[in-house]
Design a protein around this ligand. Structure first.
Ligand SMILES: Nc1ncnc2c1ncn2[C@@H]1O[C@H](COP(=O)(O)OP(=O)(O)OP(=O)(O)O)[C@@H](O)[C@H]1O
Length: 265
């Protein structure tokens, strides 16, 4: 049985003024511990798809399940990491990390130890009593990662989590996230515009079409690249070949973007 299953998922946005068919008939099966990326032209529905997997929005058609359970029932088992860290500025780092478990009514004494361990694992020692404003963007994003992992989610949904960071910080964080997810055997879905990031981090890359959003192609990253840390994947002889192939595909999709017509009622 696959870990995350999407079966014929479609989604339409309706309002009085407009209608958008954002996703059309998406099916995919993600294995436990697998890292997949969603890549595609702007507006092809990547974030919509991630929100549906997260159970934040309900798809118009089709089913989404995590280990056989609907994702709306498994909300607590899903971790979400976004471009912005959304840390509360008036709370210390440790209080930010422990806020989720606290809201869920969990005792935080044991979790405090785990939080400090995770902070150490992401290279943040002795920051627990600091406030977010005292940390750099990359450090705050690492705190956001710890805040996600403290809930021990079964799956991590990553919506362009590195795109607001400078290039060097982004590469370092990619290595860190890949290493942590591997060591905790977490399944992950990454939305990105960065082809290099998708190749460096993923087992498989789902290339999407726009208007409406659908899966156009699935690229399986060769095993020898998957066994490397992301930074070294970018130096692998096969990396540029895969990059060029995906680049050409993406370029042709950008140029094919059409205006969607609003159907008559
Ligand atoms: N709340 C909404 N109401 C109406 N239409 C929406 C809404 N959110 C997204 N859309 C439309 O649905 C389509 C898919 O949007 P979505 O944000 O999922 O794409 P994306 O691939 O994540 O885009 P980008 O790469 O630019 O972030 C687009 O046509 C967008 O305009």
């Amino acid at each position: 049985m696959s870990f995350l299953t999407l079966d014929h998922v479609s989604h339409h946005y309706f309002s009085k003024e407009s209608y958008t068919k954002a996703l059309d008939n998406i099916s995919m099966a993600v294995k436990e511990g697998e890292f997949i990326s969603l890549l595609g032209p702007s507006g092809c529905g990547k974030s919509t798809l991630l929100s549906i997997i997260a159970g934040i929005i309900q798809q118009t058609e089709g089913t989404v399940s995590l280990q056989g359970k609907s994702t709306t029932e498994s909300e607590m088992e899903i971790g979400y990491m976004l471009q912005q860290d959304y840390l509360f500025p008036w709370k210390t780092i440790i209080d930010n990390v422990l806020l989720g478990p606290k809201i869920n009514g969990n005792k935080t004494d044991d979790l405090r130890k785990k939080a400090l361990q995770l902070l150490k694992e992401v290279g943040l020692k002795d920051v627990e009593m600091k406030y977010p404003s005292e940390l750099s963007g990359g450090m705050r994003q690492r705190v956001a990662l710890v805040r996600t992992l403290i809930n021990n989610p079964k799956i991590l949904l990553l919506d362009e989590p590195f795109s607001a960071l400078d290039y060097q910080t982004k590469l370092n964080l990619e290595d860190l996230v890949a290493d942590l997810l591997k060591s905790y055997h977490k399944t992950a879905v990454l939305v990105t515009h960065d082809i290099g990031e998708a190749i460096a981090m993923s087992d498989r890359i789902f290339m999407m079409n726009a208007n409406p959003g659908s899966i156009a192609k699935i690229y399986e990253v060769p095993i020898e690249l998957r066994n490397e840390v992301p930074f070294l994947v970018r130096r692998h002889p096969k990396y540029q070949l895969i990059f060029d192939k995906i680049w050409d595909e993406l370029e042709s999709k950008e140029s094919q973007q059409k205006v969607v017509e609003i159907p008559n009622e």
